[in-house]
Ligand binder design. Structure first.
Ligand SMILES: NC(=O)c1ccc[n+]([C@@H]2O[C@H](COP(=O)([O-])OP(=O)(O)OC[C@H]3O[C@@H](n4cnc5c(N)ncnc54)[C@H](OP(=O)(O)O)[C@@H]3O)[C@@H](O)[C@H]2O)c1
Length: 433
């Protein structure tokens, strides 16, 4: 006779619904393999009167204590979302000796180190595969499969909403507002899209990836972040002419004794695999001394792909940990070294300026850049998007420190013929144009 493994779930929305939907088939397969039974005993929701497919009234509760005090529940799946009360509930579950599986990037990015410690002290574990990249397995590989490598960089497209918007802009020559409203009408963007379009969601996920890849405890608010609201139709036109597209790229690079991390709209060479990751897909590229480069691509969100990651964690727990007693991913050894200011990081840059169409302007701009050691690699001049006697000037630079670019731009702004400094985006990769 096998044993019953009691599961509690906090939340029954998109992801919780996906878990409820996938669980019956998984239960059967698991029973056939092990003779053990997975049983979803309690599900915490706000509104217990709402009809929920696959759940009976007796399973629903609006009281967290009913989950915590139920001794039959060994594993709790947290799919509530937001920082609180999710974080407090996870902590209570761990303290009550329950294993936790969470899809919550905000909680893991802000409180991951503390929660892993609480799990460790209570001889249980917290798993969080679904917190980054939805259905893409990435937390597991970072914790286990790359263990023999010294990892040197993480380059990722980890927000499906912004990738959808930028793909639409790239394909359709449409404005940010139009692409956003299409994303909202398809349910890919929230009515308040700030967390996605300002790069906050991506910064949470990057912080989690950094802690696993490099052993650094990264404060998500210390990440150099630039959202996509300012990306314009013509930026795509110019980027395409130069052989690039634009993606919201999350990047972490190991420097000598620190890391540099950023989330920014970035020009990516059209021939690179990351440039072809379109729509709501996510991609995570890892570099290490033994593996060289590995890229994971897949659905970064959605009810079923995310349920796949959540349930993979549940299976890992029941197969390899519940029966063997204590298990914990310790973050006791995480270094709290600060993130290196990006001003020291070198990149090539794309600059878009609106200038008066008069003799000598380009020479003055080149001089301002040159004074800071920034040299121009290529230039496009176009009157298509400007008014009156102005033209748009798009420059790409050779490798330069961000601090040099920013101080050069301060000088450029003072040139009389320069009307506006539009976007400044890094260009991915070190090869020259
Ligand atoms: N959606 C995705 O594609 C996706 C992908 C990867 C990761 N995630 C993460 O998964 C988590 C859940 O996302 P979701 O899209 O499933 O959210 P959702 O659709 O908004 O569902 C949230 C669920 O939690 C319940 N809930 C929220 N606050 C509660 C509270 N204070 N007390 C009791 N119940 C509460 C809600 O109850 P009611 O139903 O009664 O309102 C609802 O069932 C988030 O951390 C999200 O970042 C989501």
């Amino acid at each position: 006779m096998g044993q019953k493994i009691g599961i509690g779930m906090l939340g029954a929305g998109n992801v919780g619904g996906g878990v409820v939907n996938a669980l019956p088939k998984l239960k059967d397969r698991y029973f056939d393999l092990t003779n053990n039974e997975l049983e979803l005993l309690k599900v915490l929701v706000r509104d217990i009167n709402k009809k929920r497919l696959g759940l009976s009234n007796s399973q629903l509760t609006s009281e967290i204590d009913e989950v915590i005090s139920d001794k039959r529940i060994q594993i709790v799946i947290e799919v509530l979302g937001n920082e609180q009360p999710a974080c407090e509930y996870i902590k209570k579950c761990l303290e009550a000796g329950k294993y936790v599986v969470t899809a919550n990037k905000e909680v893991m990015a802000k409180h991951g180190a503390e929660l892993l410690e609480v799990a460790h002290k209570n001889n249980v574990a917290i798993f969080f595969e679904a917190s980054v990249g939805g259905g893409i397995p990435i937390i597991g590989p970072l914790m286990r499969d790359f263990g023999a490598n010294k990892l040197t960089s993480v380059t990722a497209i980890i927000n499906g909403t912004t990738n959808f918007i930028l793909t639409k802009m790239s394909e359709g020559d449409i404005s940010f507002e139009k692409a956003l409203s299409e994303a909202q009408s398809l349910g890919y963007a929230e009515p308040d899209p700030s967390s996605d379009v300002e790069g906050i969601d991506a910064a949470y996920k990057l912080a989690i990836l950094c802690s696993l890849a490099f052993g650094f405890d990264v404060d998500p608010y210390s990440i150099d972040r630039q959202g996509i609201r300012s990306v314009a139709e013509q930026d795509f036109r110019y980027a395409h002419d130069l052989g690039y597209t634009i993606k919201l790229l999350s990047t972490a690079r190991l420097m000598d004794e620190s890391i540099s991390v950023s989330v920014k709209p970035t020009l990516i060479n059209l021939n690179k695999p990351l440039a072809k990751v379109d729509g709501v897909l996510n991609a995570i590229q890892i570099e290490g001394d033994l593996i060289d480069q590995v890229m994971f691509v897949g659905p970064g969100a959605g009810s079923q792909p995310t349920a796949s990651a959540v349930l993979a964690d549940v299976l890992e727990l029941v197969r390899n940990h519940l029966d063997r007693g204590s298990y914990s991913v310790s973050r006791g050894s995480l270094k709290s070294m600060s993130v290196q200011s990006n001003s020291n990081v070198q990149s090539r840059y794309y600059l878009r300026l609106i200038v008066q169409d008069q003799v000598g302007v380009l020479a003055e701009i080149a001089q301002s850049l040159g004074n800071q050691g920034v040299s121009i690699a290529s230039m496009i001049q176009s009157g298509e998007f400007s008014v009156g006697d102005t033209v748009e000037l798009v420059l790409t630079t050779h490798l330069a420190h961000e601090s040099a670019i920013l101080s050069a731009i301060e000088h450029v702004k003072k040139i009389n013929a320069v009307q506006e400094v539009g976007n400044i985006f890094p260009i991915d990769g070190v090869e020259e144009v």
